[in-house]
Design a binder for this molecule. Sequence first.
Ligand code: SF4
Length: 381
Amino acid sequence: MTDRIFFEEGLDLFKNAPLEELQRRAIFIRNQKNSPHQVTFILDSNPNYTNVCHIDCSFCAFYRHKGAKGAYTKTVEEVMGHLEKARQAGLKTVLLQGGINDDLKIDYYINLVKMAREHYPDIHPHFFTAIEIWNVARISNLTIEEVLKALWEAGLRTLPGGGAEILSERVRLGISPKKMDPDGWIHVHKAAHKIGYKTTATMMYGHIEEPHDILVHLEKIRQAQDEVPGFTSFIPWSYKRERTALRRTVKHWAGSDAYFRILSFSRIYLDNFPHVGASWFGEGKENGIKSLHYGADDFGGTLMEENVHRATGWINRVDHNDMLRMIRKAGFEPAQRNSFYEVIQTYEGIEKVEIPPAQRVNEKDRLPDLKTCLSQANFFT
Ligand code: SF4
């Protein structure tokens, strides 16, 4: 057990410590909390049920206003089509999220969960971020707790941690002033934990935040975890500029050193989080592989369908064997997990697995390295 680092000391460490020192300390903590030789991943997909949204986050290229060209809302049956695709591809989890669409009341969300549980019992529903829960409560005249209980009764057990961005009021007012405030995000997660849900926490950095805001974010989620444990993992990713309004203000991608610093510092600061997740997806495959040496013990999902980053031009696909290869390239043994972070398969002596045709990656989407991703997405323009 290492001693807890408090806010001021943490801020100083985050701003001033050499990256190598953060890395060394993060690896030490990671290896105390998790198997030193193992990195986990999940076979999942990330479809969306609607892109209609009125929150107008300036960093988002995914949403459309109601009635606008390209706006869509799927029926429950259409969403089940995505679960069917996931089943055919041999996936274990579907992470489902959507825009903030006032036409969809609580019954729609309950039906999504019930139908998924009934027709696809082998696929874990990892549905709805905090702001979706908040909006369903608002438009259905229910409390957050009532919405969460209704979804629990329908069969939901975990929530994804998206929509947090940076949990600092200053930052929210700068990039998504119509969104619920940071305490609202924390309230939803704590209410979920009280009921028994497991959730993740995320952070999207690399826009208008200062180091102080990052500390505020980490402090809030650490405190929430002290009060009502239930977070399984912390997963940071960088803001992607293309096709978003915020690119007029933010001229550059944060870069790999910023990512490694945030990953390793969060592993040190979040002493009550069991896992920290790195990403092959959000930062490019080469940086993803390197990032496993900065304190992360999980490599995220295969994300067979993904539209939110894709809307910014960020296309980067992998299959089950790519996951095994990337984790081994980093020097670790891969292990498949479920959404509760329990290991469900190890691969000792297994170099390759059979890939169902539905999981195969279209070669034009299988970008080999960060350089190619960056040139595709014009990050530095
Ligand atoms: S990030 Fe979410 S809430 Fe914000 S505009 Fe996009 S879809 Fe809407």
